[in-house]
Design a protein around this ligand. Structure first.
Ligand code: SF4
Length: 320
């Protein structure tokens, strides 16, 4: 099967009114059935139910605690689109751009300090950055202390010049006219030459804060791929970013973005490369953990049922 055939239409989208216990029991039955089944056609008949159970797991998790369903976005949270100032919109955008690989650095507090204390609250953050020469900006790397990586400090200057060229230095122009289309806003952010994951983060934050409405994919980064792969496939290492996004659509076709926050929190708190399944809130609903408890393996068969055999994918790649 090729990826083109992996349409989410194959998967039933509605949540069944089953009890939590029924879902857990049914997951055990499905994993057992798949692990002993050799016929791919039969495994593929079982996959829609597996995706539905995964969807229930995520919905259950989102309902169980606000930390799995809501995020706080400085300068956006609690503000309506028509009252957001250009200064706050620019700070938000700038901090999201600096989030990339920031590690433990608190970019949100750094941006606040940079704008207030160093630039003295300028009318337009991006134009103020461009008051430096490119060399002068690079020289301020230590002084401004915006990000641990010099390359990202330097990139901010290029982004400032694109912001002024395309959006007059006003971040609100990126999303103001596109209230119903996260995809369009995503494309407008990509014009700034930022990585895909950063553009997803910004678009998703705007969706979380109801600045945008509409369907949007999960980020599909290494954390998403690992956690989603384990929960839905029982495979945490084999999924590419593209496959993770396809899987997100299979599980939640009406809006994959609802999976993103739970994936992030699980990935940061429990599902690291060495997972802490016993403490994890989805332990009884996760294919990886349930398979391990049963002492059986269904991950490879589920993966191949969804995406085809890895060796076939590799051979196909050589011809494409
Ligand atoms: S149960 Fe284990 S494998 Fe599954 S999401 Fe939680 S930590 Fe990850």
């Amino acid at each position: 099967m090729n990826n083109r055939e992996l349409s989410e239409d194959r998967f039933i989208k509605e949540t069944r009114p089953d009890s939590a216990t029924y879902g857990q029991d049914r997951l055990i039955c499905l994993i057992r059935e798949i692990s002993v089944q050799d016929k791919t056609e039969i495994i593929q008949l079982l996959l829609p139910e597996l995706m539905r159970l995964s969807r229930e797991t995520f919905l259950h998790l989102r309902r169980s605690s606000p930390r799995f369903s809501t995020s706080e976005w400085p300068w956006l949270s609690g503000t309506k689109p028509d009252t957001l100032t250009m200064q706050d919109a620019n700070r938000f955008l700038c901090a999201c751009i600096l989030e990339l690989n920031a590690g433990k650095t608190d970019v949100w507090a750094n941006i606040e300090y940079f704008v207030q204390e160093i630039l003295e609250n300028p009318e337009n953050l991006w134009r103020s950055i461009l008051l430096h020469s490119p060399e002068g900006w690079a020289d301020q790397y230590w002084e401004y202390d915006l990000h641990p990586e010099p390359a990202i400090h330097a990139r901010l200057y290029e982004i400032a010049s694109l912001m002024v060229r395309y959006y007059h230095g006003d971040a609100r122009q990126i999303w103001a006219d596109y209230l119903s289309s996260p995809q369009e806003v995503f494309r407008r952010i990509k014009v700034l030459n930022v990585p895909r994951s950063t553009a997803c983060l910004i678009t998703g934050a705007l969706k979380d804060e109801h600045y945008l409405e509409g369907v949007f994919d999960i980020v599909g980064d290494v954390v998403d791929s690992r956690v989603l792969g384990r929960i839905a496939c029982g495979e945490g290492t084999g999924l590419t970013s593209y496959q993770a996004r396809i899987l997100g659509k299979m599980i939640s076709a009406e809006d994959p973005w609802i999976l993103d926050r739970p994936l992030y929190v699980l990935g940061m708190s429990y599902c690291s490369p060495g997972p802490r399944c016993r403490r994890c809130p989805v332990h009884e609903r996760c294919v990886y953990a349930v398979s391990a408890d049963l002492g059986i393996s269904a991950g490879k068969k589920i993966y191949e049922g969804l995406f085809g055999q890895k060796t076939v994918q590799k051979s196909l790649k050589r011809w494409l």
